[in-house]
Design a protein around this ligand. Structure first.
Ligand SMILES: C[S@@+](CC[C@H](N)C(=O)[O-])C[C@H]1O[C@@H](n2cnc3c(N)ncnc32)[C@H](O)[C@@H]1O
Length: 243
């Protein structure tokens, strides 16, 4: 896992949390499951760090890109690409075989997040950990309003699922309370919650691109602190299946 790839405002906070878990289990070759892992932005660096990663994704194109990326990085033997639906995960992964599950930017688009979470927990070994990233509701309200879409902002704020309705690209968005409740109901213990992209999406591109290192540091400084965390574009929850 080289520093360049991990030092972006989009991923730095998540990598800090995931790295702490890898450090906690230093010397072990972990079994990682990346649900909706796409083209391998997390899977390939984890394989490069020596872990075995299974990516389950619905998109054959994403999996083809993942396979190419893994081959280019020289870790094809440690990355397994499986086409499948997160909604039907139980049939794809052996129960209690996984040390670390990633589920990033997926719960917003699946048919029903509860059975997906439940299947993730079933896949985890007791003591295993889950890294879950979901879209934040408050940031979406602010974003619409700042773009002048006040009706959409009002609809999103009023909708129990945090969407603007039929044309929304996402089926739901979360705040820290309902995201935590989802994981807890599935049997996980939530250990940490961070905001991801507290500021990154609000800044002019010239500032975000021109001062990336400073932005990463600021994102890190704000990520765990309310109210900044609660206004982030995404919420990252790190949770564990009790041993
Ligand atoms: C927004 S991308 C996120 C990719 C990656 N997790 C990341 O954070 O960069 C969502 C991914 O989930 C996959 N996906 C969407 N619905 C899915 C489903 N029901 N089952 C499995 N994968 C799904 C998409 O193909 C896509 O690769």
């Amino acid at each position: 896992m080289d520093q360049i790839r991990t030092l972006t405002p989009r991923t730095a906070v998540i990598w800090s949390v995931v790295r702490a878990e890898l450090d906690r289990r230093a010397g072990e070759r972990l079994s990682v499951l990346d649900v909706g892992g796409g083209t391998g932005g997390f899977a390939v660096p984890l394989a490069e760090a020596g872990h075995r990663v299974t990516v389950v994704d619905a998109s054959p194109d994403a999996l083809a890109a993942l396979t190419r990326r893994a081959a280019e990085a020289g870790v094809a033997d440690r990355v397994r690409a499986t086409q499948g639906d997160a909604d039907a995960l139980t049939g794809l992964v052996e129960p209690a075989t996984v040390d670390l599950v990633l589920c990033h930017s997926v719960l917003e688009v699946v048919d029903d997040p509860e059975p997906v979470m439940s299947a993730l927990v079933t896949a985890l070994r007791p003591g295993g950990a889950a890294s879950v990233l979901v879209a934040g509701r408050a940031a979406a309200v602010f974003g619409r309003a700042m773009n002048g879409q006040l009706d959409a902002a009002a609809a999103l704020a009023a909708d129990p699922r945090g969407t603007t309705g039929g044309r929304d690209t996402l089926r739901r968005r979360y705040d820290t309370t309902d995201a935590s409740a989802l994981l807890t109901a599935a049997g996980l213990v939530v250990e940490e919650i961070h905001g991801v992209r507290v500021l990154a999406d609000l800044l002019p591109a010239a500032v975000a691109d021109g001062q990336q290192a400073a932005l990463v540091e600021l994102e890190r400084a704000l990520a765990a602190r309310s109210p900044y965390r609660d206004l982030a574009a995404q919420l990252h929850l790190f949770a564990r299946r009790p041993a």
